[in-house]
Design a protein around this ligand. Structure first.
Ligand code: HEC
Length: 121
């Protein structure tokens, strides 16, 4: 009860992933892996669509991580979307199954949360 109220507050304020809010409060919104290892993966695969600033060229080429609804999702959901892909709009997020191990997906998500989590407001 107490934890979920804190998490709701963080989500409501758009602070999930920001220092002191995502970290340590809820395992589903804190870093699931190693952001340093994830940075190399992001630079190799994800940056082509999501761009260096995480905004996906205004969402035209990749999901825009500054949209609050995106990184407010749980790690479980985001990792399954990275693994299986996502196809809701004009461009699809390609499945990374086969390209990355589960650990590498966690590392890439950690880089995304650490780097772009604070931009969701
Ligand atoms: C070919 C372009 C492309 C590449 C490469 C790509 N993505 Fe995406 N990604 C997308 C698009 C497009 C979306 C938005 C899909 C939607 O909302 O329907 C997206 C969405 C996402 C989301 C947010 C899902 C949500 O629920 O809003 C995450 C997290 C993500 N990508 C992670 C990654 C990671 C990690 C990598 C690198 C391993 C990666 N993406 C590589 C295009 C790409």
């Amino acid at each position: 009860m107490q934890w979920s109220r804190i998490v709701s507050l963080c989500v409501g304020m758009g602070l999930v992933g920001a220092v002191g809010c995502g970290g340590g409060v809820d395992a589903e919104h804190s870093l699931p892996g190693n952001p340093v290892a994830g940075a190399a993966i992001y630079a190799r695969i994800c940056v082509a669509c999501h761009a260096a600033d995480g905004r996906g060229n205004g969402g035209l080429t990749g999901g825009n991580f500054s949209e609050p609804a995106r990184l407010a999702k749980t790690n479980t959901l985001l990792l399954s979307e990275i693994r299986d892909g996502l196809n809701r709009g004009p461009i699809a997020m390609p499945s990374q199954r086969g390209a990355l191990s589960d650990q590498e997906m966690k590392d890439a998500l950690s880089y995304i949360r650490k780097t772009f989590g604070g931009t969701q407001n």
